[in-house]
Write a protein that binds this ligand. Structure first.
Ligand SMILES: CC(C)(COP(=O)(O)OP(=O)(O)OC[C@H]1O[C@@H](n2cnc3c(N)ncnc32)[C@H](O)[C@@H]1OP(=O)(O)O)[C@@H](O)C(=O)NCCC(=O)NCCS
Length: 194
């Protein structure tokens, strides 16, 4: 299935949708990234200052399009259907590996102003639908810092299984942080209550 996933796919739930980010999104997406800088920075790797500029996000979106074509990553914007499909975040499958693993890592953020409305949880379920029903993956794996209570709730509500704690797993905001590893496999996906 590598490299043959349709780029125009959009998946919808009641209040939330996801669709791939494209270069046409750069102004709206950059504004969301800048607005949420202090909300996301504690939970992300340290970014160069360019990350918070139009030029930096143009490069990010260009790399997203390239990764999609190569089948190495699938990045989506999170849309708020109740506010005219406004871009309110990003959710992405990364480190996509085919062969015997067919695994991807999962990362996401949603706007602080719209927190607690279920957008991240719904987006996580929608991207699993994409991973298993459209991209031919077998396993999706989020990793969450134990003190990130909101994100722990997101993965639990979305139906991921807790697998264990990986020590010093990712460098987040300048520190090698332990992470709780969660996963969902195709079998979990097919068995879950809809
Ligand atoms: C974590 C994040 C994605 C959650 O987004 P969201 O759209 O608010 O998520 P949801 O509404 O689906 O669920 C959030 C849950 O956290 C809970 N929550 C919100 N604020 C909270 C707080 N201050 N303390 C504890 N729980 C909180 C909500 O009540 C909800 O749980 P519930 O349904 O059991 O009540 C968002 O806050 C974010 O982008 N954070 C910064 C980046 C980040 O941490 N990314 C994830 C890295 S693994």
């Amino acid at each position: 299935m590598i490299g043959h996933v349709p780029a125009r796919i959009r998946l919808d739930a009641e209040r939330t949708a996801i669709r791939p980010l494209g270069l046409r999104d750069v102004d709206e997406f950059t504004a969301a990234v800048v607005d949420n800088r202090h909300h996301t920075a504690p939970w992300e790797p340290i970014h160069a200052e360019a990350h918070y500029t139009r030029a930096g996000q143009t490069e990010t979106l260009r790399r997203d399009v390239e990764a999609w074509e190569l089948g190495t990553g699938y990045a989506f914007s999170v849309l708020d259907r109740e506010h005219g499909d406004a871009i309110i975040g990003r959710i992405a499958l990364g480190n996509v590996v085919q062969g015997a693993w067919r695994n991807a890592t999962l990362g996401y953020w949603t706007a602080s102003a719209l927190g607690g409305r279920g957008h991240a949880t719904t987006a996580a379920v929608l991207i699993c639908e994409f991973a298993f029903d459209h991209a031919g993956l077998h396993r999706v794996q989020p990793a969450v810092i134990p003190r990130n209570i909101r994100s722990i709730r997101v993965v639990e509500k979305a139906g991921f299984r807790h697998e264990g704690r990986a020590l010093r797993y990712l460098n987040i905001a300048g520190t090698w942080e332990d992470h709780e590893i969660y996963a969902m496999t195709l079998e979990d996906w097919q068995a879950r209550e809809r």
